[in-house]
Ligand binder design. Sequence first.
Ligand code: SAM
Length: 143
Amino acid sequence: METMVRWCAAKRIRIEPYGLDIVPELAALARSRLPQWSERIFVGNALTWMAPIRFDFVPTNLEYVPPHRGRDLVETADAGHRCRGRAPHRRRHGNADPSGPGLDDIVRGWGFSIAGAVDRPHRIRVNEVHHVLWIDAPARTMA
Ligand SMILES: C[S@@+](CC[C@H](N)C(=O)[O-])C[C@H]1O[C@@H](n2cnc3c(N)ncnc32)[C@H](O)[C@@H]1O
């Protein structure tokens, strides 16, 4: 939450961050460090958590769920009742089998259209890159 606010501010974008963690102790630690945001730090599993509001932007990481639940996580982050707008999904790719499908192909194979992607070299592990892709949620009509 802190870094996202800082990174966005550097680009003159103001955001209101919310946080979710599956480990209650980590959420409690975050609340104690960031009392100004304590009401918006939640405990839950990203796969099943029902957000109290809609978000414009949902960063998540496929490493947070078992490989066979990756599609469910993207669907959850992308679903209209949970969020709308752009949903980037991060994954570190370093030791992936280079002959296998890339992350973009895997996510496309799940039926999502990828709006954009970027690679950034890992700062320490020279053979690794961070791969970020994002998906624009479909526009939704108000009920
Ligand atoms: C790499 S840390 C990120 C910590 C911090 N949010 C940040 O971005 O710097 C990943 C966090 O995700 C939490 N996590 C892992 N799987 C999760 C899941 N399925 N649902 C919610 N949180 C999860 C872990 O407990 C851990 O605190």
